[in-house]
Structure formats: structure tokens, C-alpha cells
Design a protein around this ligand. Sequence first.
Ligand SMILES: [Zn+2]
Length: 336
Amino acid sequence: MKDTAISEANPTPYHAPSRSGLTLPTVGIDIGGTKINAAVVAPGEENLLSLINAPTPTDSVQFLNTLVDMVETLKQKHNAVAVGISTAGVVDSIHGRILGSTGNMPALKNLSNLRELLTERINLPVHMENDANAAAYGEWRSGAAKGAENMFAITLGTGVGMGIVFNGLMYRGSHFYAGEGGHIAISYHRERKCTCGRWDCWEAFASGTGLQKTAELTVEAAPETAQAEFLQKYCADGKVTTYAVIAAWKDNNHIGVQIMDDWHNHIAVGLGSLINVMDPDMIVVGGGLAQFVNFELLQERTRERSMSNNFQLVPATLGNHAGIVGAAYLAMETLK
Ligand SMILES: [Zn+2]
């Protein structure tokens, strides 16, 4: 191993590939802001093979070297024949170029032609995909939405990500901007500024950041006694955090319940609109905050806002590894 620190972790089981898609061992790589995860997805295997990870370098040269080392490690071990990469940013997956907005990954700013550079070094075909797309595709191919004809997956984290599978194909739109559901506006009152610079995007309400904002506003507006009790009991340093809200909610504290109820309504507003446009058979909800979603409540609130009642709203099952699985499937299917 060169100068990159690659370590191994325990894999997560996933449904063994049963469709025609994956026929040969393929490396899946998920590039995150702090960590790069990689593993091999292979036909007939119920686990990811040799899940490895490394810190995400901020320097472009080191970044590329790290990817090369990771691929070489996995390729030798499992005879992998292709590589699928899941990354933040708008990705032209046809030409393998990162078109913009890679957020917190400075190394990628100088690597818009990452696919070309990597292919030259590792001598394997490489497919690149936006991370929300890859995660949705993974859940569709071998996770929670296996067998759906039309589905979309959302990830509730710092933001709200979305990926769409339409008529059995990854749907990217005409310019690779499809699936920006997090940025549909749910109000015109200019209540909350979104990270994208626009106002009142769904993400500004339904994400972790949105939940925290709702919490701050709710606590601020609460009657004095209830407010003091909430702050004293759940907010050690006086700061209203998402964790404080979750703890209060579990305690059945009135303010905590109100905030979480509003949050479920916020998520349902966006889901209802998206369902009315797409008429999907399945919707997958994942991301770090999905564990706090009451699916029964969300289902009920979403049905109130959608024309169709014929959909299933389910939690994601591949966890952090959906991107790896999806990228690997897309690589194999696109490159064969
Ligand atoms: Zn926005």
C-alpha cells in the first residue's frame, strides 16, 4: 500500500443479485466528504466483499492515488472487471464528468475528468453517478424497492437527496439535474433560505437542518414555563439541537411532540407533491434521520396529500452501502 491508509470494516448483508444486471464482480466506490468506502459487489453473494475505507484526501493528486490503491486492492482480491463510483455533485454519467457543486470536497474541484484519469491508471471501465442516484438505484436493484416499476428514494440528512428509477431505468433528466426534489419550493412566503440560495425549498424544512430550525422557532414561541422546562431538561448548554428534540419526543414532552409532528408534515408535503407528479409504486426513505421517522404517521400524512393511494412508503435497507451497491450495478449494466 502506498501512502494511503485503507482499513477494512464489516460488510452489510444485501439481497443477492437476482436480476440480469450484475454478472461479474464489480467494485463499488462511495465518495463521501470525510470517508471513501469501497467494496466488491458480486453475483450470488449476499454480502459486500472486502469492504474497505480511507479518509477523503483534500488534495487532488492524493485523492486520485487513494482511489487507485483501493481499486487495485479489490481488483486483485476478487477479479473485479469494472468500477462504479458514487459521488456528490451533478454528474454527467454518459461522458463521465462532474459538472459542478461537489460541496465539501475540494479535491474534486480539479478532477472534473476523474473517470478518464482513473481509467488510465487502473485499466478498467469506470462509471460515475451522482450519490443520491446511486443510492436509489441500489435500493431498487437489491434493497427496499426491489421489484418496483417506478420508484424514488429520498435521503434525509443535512440536506434532502433524491434519486428516481422510472420505467425500470435510472432517470437523470435531459441535463443530469433530475432528482433535485429537495429543492422544490413548498411555500412562497420567503420563510427560510435554502443552501442553494433560493427560498423555502423542501430541504430547508424536511432535512436535519430544517428540523433544527423548526425546533428553534417552536421553542422560541412556546409559553415561558414550557420553554424553560424544555431547555433545562433537554438542552444542557441551552442550545436546541436535533438530539434534544428526539429525546423530548421520546419522553412525550409536548414541545418535542409538536416539533416532530411538524417535521412529519414537512416531509409529507414534499412527498405528496412528488407522488402526484410521478405516481410511483414505491418510495424509499433513507439517510441518517430516517431512523427517527414514524413510518405509520408519515404514510398517513402523505396519503392525505397524494391523489394515488397505491404506493408503499418504506425505510431503506442498505444503509450506508446503498451508494456502493447502486454504483456497482450501474457500472456493470452500463458498461457491458
Ligand atoms: Zn434549495
